[in-house]
Structure formats: structure tokens, C-alpha cells
Design a protein around this ligand. Structure first.
Ligand code: ARG
Length: 459
């Protein structure tokens, strides 16, 4: 039998394979609440502009609430023959209220309907991402405050470079997630326009009020061009791009947590709540959450690439290709939210091992740059020569199997006769970090200022 929504010119129903490739109800039922909100706003507008009667609008709007509650309570029976969420909802409305249901689709198409539903759905996810990012930033601020002056090694090439503070390292991530937060807010502001009323592609001859539906749905304005309104998926791509960059940041922190929680580093202890054990090795406590967060970038960036490929080269306006947008975004959104929440929990619960951090900070000749700077400042050596002298002292310490502060003054003077015992004061890691007072530097005073700036921003 031909389709009840569009079957007028059809004498036969679809092949089973056609139904299988065409139906989106298996996934787009996740937009039921948005679809019903959009339809209710549309019906109210149609009545306000005299396109349908107030009585019809009233029964339609009430009927839609009944459909929503059936869906929310799991009583609704979704049908693949009805293709998608839009036609499933309308068909059920017809069963509930009869003929007036047929007036709801006046001055509207599934093209502007799906674009509206999807924008509303993505907008909710951006709001959730904003909340998730703020919670994560707060957790990092908590760690930074607790250890603003705890020394640890800073790395380049994952080789010991210069001592930094734990608070400084935590605040580096706050800056990254802070930029992600900015991108989330920018994306939300840019996407907040209503496609509803663009109809199939050309607009409509009915005297509709697009500002009214835009306002009712919390959009800032209607989309300005009906062709663009139904064919644009930039908002979904921007969502995936923002999610990808954030997931990349999450993967870097996750990787550090994996390294830091190892027996070789022991920089942090992850809580039992965010670790797992091994079924064979009783001693094991694995950082599975961190590893999975590290991996999430794969599927999120994959979704971004997939949708970019779907949209590439599509002629205006709507093409059915665009139905492939939703599963990518749904999966990326689910995994992004999960990763944000898991990272927040891990960061909140973890304890940094202050003694292990300090021990590591002092090893690996981490204050060699301080020594070179001292040779420049106090003995007046050109930096290149100071670098060379320090290199020779590092080599000497290495032969003796000790660190720089363990060399004797005589050892030092054997490399450069001008060195005095004052030099030992700059070889300590505390001195090193305390001296890095430039704006944004690792000195605890700078770190505390960074923390204070962020607390103000979040207040
Ligand atoms: N299920 C469709 C989608 O997700 C809804 C729009 C269908 N429009 C159409 N002209 N067939 O894109």
C-alpha cells in the first residue's frame, strides 16, 4: 500500500530494501522532543496568522503533548514504514485527533522541520558541553590551588627540561579547556537561527510569521535565506569541529595521566572509582578511563570527517544524503559528554604525589638553565659560553653519577675558575621556580594570579 503521507501518486509500497535504506526512525527518534516543540510552535503561529483556526491549533498542540508523553513513557510504537520521527509523530497525532492533524503540515516541509529539530538538538548539546567544560575547569582549578607551589619536572620532548609547578601544569589545561569553552559559546551564538518556515526550499505563499516561531523556540532570528536554511549543516560541522579540538585536548591530559600513574613516574594516584583491576595480575590498577578518553578523539574526529564528506559537493538545497548527519553527531555528542564527565571525575578524585613530583623535579639536571643564567648574570659570560660551561658541568656530574647541586666547588672551578659558592643557591628547584616570575610563568605567585583570574571569569 502506498504511503499515507506522500503516496498520492504511488500505486505500490516500497521494497523492503528501500524501506531499510530510507528509514531514519531507528536513530532520529532521539529528536522527538525537539520535533514536537517545533510543531507546537508552528501550530500556534499558523493560528495567530489566521492560516488555521484557533480550535484546530488547540487540539493539535494538546495532541502533540499526548504524543510526547507516550514517547517519554515508552508507550509509543515507532514504525519504519513511517520513515522518520516527523511522520511517526504526525501519524500518531492523526490517530489521536483526526482530521485537524492534517493541517499541521501547512506552510512547512520536512526539510525545514528536520533542520529545525536538529539545530535544537545540537544547541542542547552545546549547552551540556558548556556545563561539562566548566565543571572540568573547576576540578583543574582545585588541583592547581592545592599544589600551586609544588615542584615537578617540566618536559620538552618528554625529557626533563626545567622545573615547573604542579599548579602551573594544571592551569595550562585550564587555558586549553577555556578556549574550548569559548568555541562552544561562539558556535552556539552562530547557530542560533531558525530554519522553520523555509518550507521545502523556496519559502511559502502563506502569510506566516517566522519571527514568532523563531522566538518561541529560543532562536535569535529566522535564517535569512530559505535555500540556505534547509541545506546548511554548518552548525553540525562546527559542533563536531569544536568537539574534535576539545577531544584532542582531553586526549593529551588523558595521556599524561596514563604516564603519571605508572609505577615508573608515580606522579599521581588515580582514585579507585576511576580505575580498574586485572583479572590475572593482582597488583594492577589500570587507568582505563584515561585510556578510553584518549581514544575518543578517534571517533569524534571520524564523525567530523564523515559529515564533511557527506556535505562536500552537495548541490542546493536539500538532498537525502543529509539524513546521514544525525548518527555521526549523536555518537560524537554522547562520547564527548561522557569523556568530559569522566575526565572531571578523574581530575577531581586524583591525588598528586608531592614527594615523587619533587624528587623528579630535582633530577635530570633540571636547573642547568638556572646555572647558565647565573654565569651570565654574575660572571658576565655571553650566554653561548655560559651554555657551553654548563654543558661541561652536566657532563662532569654525569661521569660522577650525581646531580648538579652535588658537585663540589672545586669540581665547578675545574670547569670555570670564576665560579663561587654563591652558585649553589640557584641550583635548587624551589629557587628555580620562584625565579620564573614573568607574566604567565611558573612561579607560584604567577600561578596564583592565573587561578584568581579564572575564578573571576567563572564567577
Ligand atoms: N528523515 C529526513 C532527514 O533526516 C527528514 C527530511 C526528509 N525530507 C525529504 N524531502 N525527504 O533528513
Amino acid at each position: 500500500t502506498a504511503n499515507q503521507m506522500w503516496g498520492g501518486r504511488f500505486s505500490a509500497g516500497p521494497d523492503a530494501i528501500m524501506e531499510a535504506i530510507n528509514a531514519s526512525i531507528g536513530f532520529d527518534q532521539r529528536m522527538a522532543a525537539q520535533d514536537i516543540a517545533g510543531s507546537r510552535a508552528h501550530a500556534a503561529m499558523l493560528a495567530a496568522t489566521g492560516v488555521i483556526s484557533d480550535t484546530d491549533a488547540k487540539v493539535i498542540r494538546e495532541g502533540l503533548l499526548t504524543v510526547l508523553s507516550e514517547i517519554e513513557t515508552g508507550k509509543f510504537e515507532f514504525s519504519a514504514a513511517l520513515e522518520d520521527i516527523h511522520m511517526n509523530v504526525e501519524a500518531r497525532l492523526k490517530e489521536l485527533i483526526g482530521d485537524p492533524a492534517g493541517r499541521l503540515h501547512t506552510a512547512r516541509s520536512r526539510n525545514d522541520q528536520v533542520a529545525t529539530d536538529f539545530r535544537l538538538w545540537v544547541r542542547d548539546q552545546l549547552d551540556a558541553a558548556e556545563a561539562g567544560l566548566i565543571a572540568l575547569i573547576r576540578a583543574l582549578l582545585g588541583q592547581a590551588e592545592a599544589g600551586a607551589d609544588w615542584v615537578m619536572p617540566g618536559f620538552t620532548h618528554l625529557q626533563t627540561a626545567q622545573p615547573v609547578t604542579w599548579g602551573h601544569h594544571m592551569m595550562a589545561y585550564v587555558e586549553m579547556f577555556g578556549r574550548d569553552l569559548g568555541r562552544v559559546r561562539d558556535a552556539r551564538a552562530r547557530m542560533n537561527e531558525s530554519p522553520l518556515g523555509a518550507a521545502a526550499l523556496a519559502g511559502t505563499s502563506f502569510p506566516i510569521d517566522r519571527d514568532m516561531t523563531a522566538k518561541a523556540l529560543g532562536f535569535d532570528a529566522p535564517c535569512a535565506n530559505s535555500l540556505d536554511a534547509v541545506s546548511d549543516r554548518d552548525f553540525a560541522l562546527e559542533f563536531l569541529s569544536v568537539a574534535s579540538i576539545c577531544a584532542m585536548h582531553l586526549s593529551r591530559l588523558a595521556e599524561e595521566l596514563v604516564i603519571w600513574s605508572s609505577a615508573q613516574f608515580r606522579f599521581v594516584v588515580l582514585s579507585d572509582r576511576f580505575s580498574t583491576g586485572s583479572s590475572i595480575m593482582p597488583q594492577k590498577k589500570n587507568p582505563d578511563a584515561a585510556e578510553l578518553i584518549r581514544a575518543k578523539i578517534g571517533r569524534i574526529f571520524g564523525a567530523n570527517t564523515a559529515l564533511m564528506m557527506v556535505m562536500k559537493g552537495l548541490p542546493l538545497a536539500y538532498s537525502k544524503d543529509m539524513q546521514e548527519d544525525k548518527e555521526q553527531v549523536f555518537d560524537a555528542a554522547d562520547n564527548w559528554m561522557l569523556a568530559l564527565a569522566a575526565m572531571e571525575g578523574m581530575v577531581r578524585d586524583m591525588s598528586a604525589n608531592r614527594a615523587a613530583l619533587a624528587a623528579a623535579a630535582g633530577s635530570g639536571f633540571s636547573t642547568a638553565t638556572d646555572l647558565a643564567d647565573w654565569l651570565v648574570r654574575v660572571l658576565g659570560l655571553p650566554f653561548r659560553e655560559a651554555h657551553h660551561v654548563t654543558g661541561a658541568l652536566v657532563a662532569l656530574a654525569e661521569t660522577k653519577g650525581c646531580d648538579l647541586p652535588d658537585l663540589s666547588l672545586a669540581d665547578m672551578q675545574s670547569v670555570h675558575a670564576g665560579i663561587t659558592s654563591d652558585v649553589f643557591a640557584v641550583l635548587g628547584v624551589e629557587n628555580s621556580v620562584n625565579s620564573r616570575i614573568s607574566y604567565g610563568g611558573t612561579a607560584p605567585a604567577q600561578v596564583r594570579a592565573q587561578i584568581a583570574r579564572w575564578k573571576d571569569r567563572l564567577a
